[in-house]
Design a protein around this ligand. Structure first.
Ligand code: GLY
Length: 344
């Protein structure tokens, strides 16, 4: 179909465009606020220079952050804010994040904090950033007590999803995005696999945009975006993050199907559909990591930051996904046994 697709996140006077396509980098300029005289680009070493936009007469400074979760810290935020100040950035200027989800999370939080909030534009170069991290305004960093525990909702002025960047994306990072993409099939109960990649990414953006427009601060349906994430977060903690997020989400989606089936919410054909999407469409055939016990996973699921007074899941039903709390430990364990048996 089309080469570039534009989706709008509707948030009143904070509404913004998300442009998805190949060769769309030049659209970044159109998202820069007219007040901006300076642009601070936040990026990482590994991002090819070809994906750094240019900004004509505006003064540009470039700020490189480290790779990996260990750099997603308040120390990085402080360094960025000091560099912004040294570059003379003020409230009318703009930060442009160029990279994957870590870059958009960190740059977004720096933008939310510097001068109590300055505009940010995201150029997403990973699939995960395009369909999740760069859209919806969640920003933040890790502390020793947990991932993304310090952050802010700070909506961007616009998002450019430069799909050319996917051609050189490492396979593991691609899997991270595919795990999140698989999730959208179940949020809307649609077979997205017949769509071209541009249209599929745009469809995921549209689904997320509609959810964010309805529930920006996750008081309700935004929680559905966490489908598959309860077990996924536990797997990440239990493996000290050696399992990639998308790999963990792929397993978490299958587990959520088994749990919903155990609870009589869906039939076995629906469980099979989860396997068809996760294994068949996306090729995410990951086994449970070695040496991880059900007891450990149950403890780690209870540590999830979204678990308030009991382990909370997003579970499927005949009428769609719902947030379900108070699931018994027995049920959680039986579904883990089902998963282990089926994964072999
Ligand atoms: N990544 C889930 C959300 O943005 O709500």
């Amino acid at each position: 179909m089309s080469d570039a697709v534009e989706e709008i996140v509707n948030l009143g006077d904070r509404s913004y465009s998300v442009i998805v396509g190949h060769g769309v980098l030049s659209r970044t300029k159109t998202m820069i606020p007219s007040s901006a005289r300076r642009v601070a680009i936040v990026t990482q070493e590994g991002i090819p220079p070809a994906y750094i936009p240019t900004f004509g007469v505006l003064a540009v400074s470039t700020h490189v952050i480290g790779e990996g979760e260990s750099h997603k810290t308040l120390t990085t935020i402080e360094r960025l804010c000091r560099e912004f100040s040294q570059a003379g950035l003020n409230r009318g200027d703009v930060i442009v994040a160029v990279g994957g989800g870590m870059v958009t999370d960190v740059a977004g939080f720096a933008a939310a904090s510097y001068h109590r909030g300055i505009p940010v534009v995201h150029v997403a170069t990973s699939l995960l950033a395009m369909i999740d991290a760069a859209v919806g305004g969640k920003t933040g960093v890790n502390i020793a007590e947990g991932k993304n525990l310090v952050g802010a909702y700070w909506q961007p002025h616009g998002v450019v999803c430069e799909m050319d960047a996917l051609d050189t994306l490492p396979a593991r990072e691609m899997r991270c995005g595919l795990g999140e993409m698989a999730k959208y099939h179940f949020i809307v109960r649609e077979d997205l696999s017949s769509l071209s990649m541009v249209d599929r990414i745009a469809r995921c953006v549209r689904i997320k945009a509609d959810i964010v427009s309805a529930d920006e601060r996750e008081g309700g349906i935004r929680a559905l975006l966490n489908y598959g994430h309860t077990l996924a977060h536990a797997l990440e903690i239990a493996t000290d993050f050696s399992i990639a997020h998308g790999e963990a989400v792929a397993i978490g989606l299958l587990y959520a199907a088994h749990l919903a089936h155990r609870m009589g919410r869906i039939d076995s054909a629906r469980v099979d559909q989860h396997y068809e999407v996760v294994h068949g469409v996306y090729g995410l055939r990951h086994a449970l990591p070695n040496g991880i016990t059900p007891d450990q996973l149950i403890i780690d699921m209870g540590r999830d930051k979204k678990a308030i007074d009991s382990i909370t899941f997003v579970l499927d039903s005949a009428t769609g996904l719902e947030v379900v709390s108070g699931v018994s430990a027995d049920m959680i364990r039986l579904a883990l046994d089902d998963l282990v048996l089926r994964l072999g």
